[in-house]
Write a protein that binds this ligand. Structure first.
Ligand SMILES: [Zn+2]
Length: 151
């Protein structure tokens, strides 16, 4: 395969030969060939851009698939399984936002005045009552995560 520089040098050599031979018709053909080469180069550049965009899309989809494989749904929210044994799952994440838009939006703990636990999504406004009735705190989240790991 020739490099662009090699092609350019070949073309220059051919033009010099045409000039020395005083062959105007040949020189004209070489100029047409140059135009065709430039168009081909542009086309090639566009194809390279398309390939790069497709490679990025493949990377994005692979990341999404990898993340999807780590997601666990507890009937209320999504959790990302810990990749290290004994570590708690990360979450909870909004079910609606993931299912509709593939966005991982962390749910906020917003207990009711009576202490009843609720999770709110600040992105879509969905509110859910987490499984169990005990007031939730950080320790409760970890306990709940441990409960998830057992399933
Ligand atoms: Zn949401």
């Amino acid at each position: 395969m020739f490099s662009l520089e090699q092609i350019r040098n070949l073309w220059k050599g051919a033009v010099e030969l045409a000039e020395r031979a005083k062959n105007i018709e040949l020189k004209q053909k070489l100029l047409e060939l140059r135009e065709a080469g430039l168009e081909l180069g542009e086309e090639n550049l566009e194809k390279s851009r398309q390939i790069k965009a497709l490679e990025q899309r493949v990377d994005d989809l692979q990341s999404q698939l990898s993340l999807k494989a780590k997601l666990q749904f507890d009937g209320c929210a999504y959790w990302i399984q810990a990749q290290v044994e004994g570590q708690p799952a990360d979450g909870p994440y909004c079910q609606r936002c993931w299912d509709a838009d593939q966005k991982l939006i962390r749910l906020q703990s917003t207990p009711l005045p009576n202490g009843e636990p609720w999770w709110d999504c600040l992105e879509c406004g969905k509110s859910v009552q987490p499984p169990g009735t005990a007031p939730r705190g950080i320790a409760q989240s970890v306990a709940f995560s441990n409960q998830l790991r057992r399933h």
